[in-house]
Design a binder for this molecule. Sequence first.
Ligand code: P70
Length: 470
Amino acid sequence: MNAESHSHEHHSHEHHSWAEPYKIKMVELLRMTTRAEREQAILEAGYNTFLLRSEDVYIDLLTDSGTSAMSDRQWAGLMMGDEAYSGSRNFYHLQDAVREFYGYKYLVPTHQGRGAEHIMSKIMIKPGDYVPGNMYFTTTRLHQELAGGAFVDVIIDEAHDPASTHPFKGNVDLRKMDALVGKVGADRIPYISLEGCVNMAGGQPFSMANLRELHAFCRRHGIPIMLDATRTIENAWFIRQREEGYADKSVRQILREICDLTDGCTMSAKKDLLVNIGGFFACNDEQLCLKAQNMVVVYEGLHTYGGMAGRDMEAMAIGIQEAVMEEHQSARIGQVHYLGRKLLDAGVPIVRPIGSHAVFLDARACLPHIDQDLYPAQALAAQLYIEAGIRSMERGNVSAGRDPATGNNRRPNLELVRLTLPRRVYTQAHMDVTAEAVVEVYKRRNEIRGLKMVYEPEYLRFFQARFEPL
Ligand code: P70
């Protein structure tokens, strides 16, 4: 109660400085490089930041996935790993934590998020089905397609506009849902995939009001809501900050309220849950759980570990408890917003509002002279690496891939470079250096040229594609 009211007081002074609710016990030394070394490294990496060696990177903002710092308690949890093949005590700890904080009855662990997506897609989607979602995610959509389904985007239009300041750009457009049901029929829709802090839209939350409306709609039509719970705790924090009636509720309460309006989830625990590896599928329906348990032994591992070590499950169970702490989210998202505000103040075009886990540069606005099929965001990410050894990730035309029907690049409206912040890893000075480097690159934006793709793998091409400068 005391801690609760204290942190609320903290929130009401939104413009005061945020601070980390931890101190540093161990550090990892970084290697500094010269500009000439970086020019060589990115050339060898085919101008793809995924193909750089991490030792050649100074500040690694490629992803917040599996890159966060675990706490001393989580590290202690690793030592309590029960590595029995079956029935590990750590599985039961994790199941208890998922039941307590997320509220789902049944838990099926997987090695990471896409393992859970694979299993859910296989057990729920029939060939010819349509799977609506509040914007695509790369791995999620691929597994839907591999199971014979077609993804349908039902996010509000504002989400595709980097300049729109709508506070809940992750919302589902109920008219788009209604139109889909009218067109294909509810029996061709196995579920709607609902993501918190929508990654490809810039880390944008949905509102509780929108979820409640969606829930009513889906109940009417018998369509389950399957949550992509990867960044839902961060979504809960935004609801607390922005939505009428939630300022006095805890992140923990809001998380439960979200999950209670859904039927199950897939989870990449490498984000919100502060672990380096892991994921799960969870649901309330026993029959669905039995199907998932049966599938997990084919692709991941026994249903009490699903590809994780016992120690990983223990670290995750502890991570859940740390992730719902108000002061954790306040510092985590506070740091993202600190970096974002610096770039806004310098006039650099970024996706607004600033999201949960990253600041997204609007490469289309930065580099209007580069056609989208010459991959402006890919080129910008390469330049930022050359400038200061900062690694970011393309989230534009390369990530979106080709339309299976036409074979053409999808040319999405959002052509972005994501500067993603690991949790509890970098300092405010790192944010200052990052902002300075982005501003330097932005100043010489007119000299930046596009790229030609010279190697294109079939699936998830952005991971391994290679480019040459024009
Ligand atoms: C990222 C990572 C993973 C992710 C996610 C959402 C909302 C599922 C997953 C899959 C890693 C990544 C993945 C594909 C392309 C680029 C980067 N996102 N749902 O950096 O989980 O990686 O554990 O299999 O964000 O955003 P996993």
